[in-house]
Ligand binder design. Structure first.
Ligand SMILES: Nc1nc2c(c(=O)[nH]1)N[C@H]1C(S)=C(S)[C@@H](COP(=O)(O)O)O[C@H]1N2
Ligand SMILES: [Mo]
Length: 222
């Protein structure tokens, strides 16, 4: 009888420790940020930071996310001003997309970020809005049709290959402009403006690059 009770007690503690372990262990990866870069995703080899050729108009920007705000305004029912922490809590989506620069290099990466349609829904685009203009902290601008963003559920990414986006790649946010040339991939985004101008021309577009920026289309404006 004595032995039996001791065994029961030991078993009770073993099971308790086991259950406690299962409850707490899954919490750890959520708390700790991933530090190891994913090199392959669903059979596709991923590129990495070294594969990008740094050619920004004013060099790599260092953004302090303590004071950071992403503003969404222009032709919207409400003007939004969202902190980095608020944006981290929004639903995220992963996409395997290749960035092609007009200079001839490209990088395939696993981008993860917030679907723009979700953010736009919070701001409430007015019916006249047809274009989204991205403004970045270095003064860079570029644009994309609103319809395209909605149809393709395009994201602004805050992670690349499972890691927080490095400054060189646009921390805190880069626009993942699927099927568009690299100059459409606005990095260090600080403002998303909704506009009624279908032929708005951003930094490179106003210097001769095609406004559509389609990989299949012409690089230069006709
Ligand atoms: N804010 C900002 N975003 C930017 C740029 C820039 O100069 N400033 N350059 C664009 C270009 S031309 C490309 S190809 C991609 C990748 O740029 P990288 O080659 O400098 O890494 O970022 C795009 N986004
Ligand atoms: Mo580019």
């Amino acid at each position: 009888m004595m032995i039996n009770t001791n065994q029961n007690r030991r078993q009770f503690w073993q099971i308790t420790v086991l259950i406690a372990g299962f409850l707490f262990l899954p919490g750890i990866p959520v708390l700790a940020e991933q530090r190891v870069e994913i090199r392959e995703y669903q059979g596709t080899k991923l590129g990495s930071g070294e594969d990008f050729r740094e050619n920004s108009i004013r060099g790599v920007q260092k953004v302090d996310t303590k004071n950071y705000r992403l503003v969404i305004d222009g032709l919207t029912a409400r003007k939004l001003s969202l902190s980095y922490d608020e944006l981290q809590k929004k639903g995220h989506l992963k996409k395997l997309v290749t960035l092609h620069c007009v200079e001839g290099w490209s990088v395939t990466a696993l981008w993860e970020g917030i679907p723009l349609p979700d953010l736009l829904a919070l701001a409430g685009p007015l019916p006249r809005a047809v274009t989204i203009i991205f403004h970045s902290v270095d003064g860079y601008t570029t644009s994309i049709p609103l319809q395209r963003v909605q149809q393709k559920n395009l994201i602004i990414a805050d992670r690349i290959n499972g890691m927080i986006l490095p400054s060189a790649q646009g921390y805190p946010f880069i626009f993942v402009a699927e099927e568009k040339w690299g100059y459409k991939w606005a990095r260090w985004i600080s403002r998303i403006e909704l506009s009624a101008d279908p032929s708005y021309r951003g930094y490179w577009e106003s210097r001769g690059y095609n406004t559509k920026g389609d990989l299949q289309g012409p690089i230069f404006e006709p």
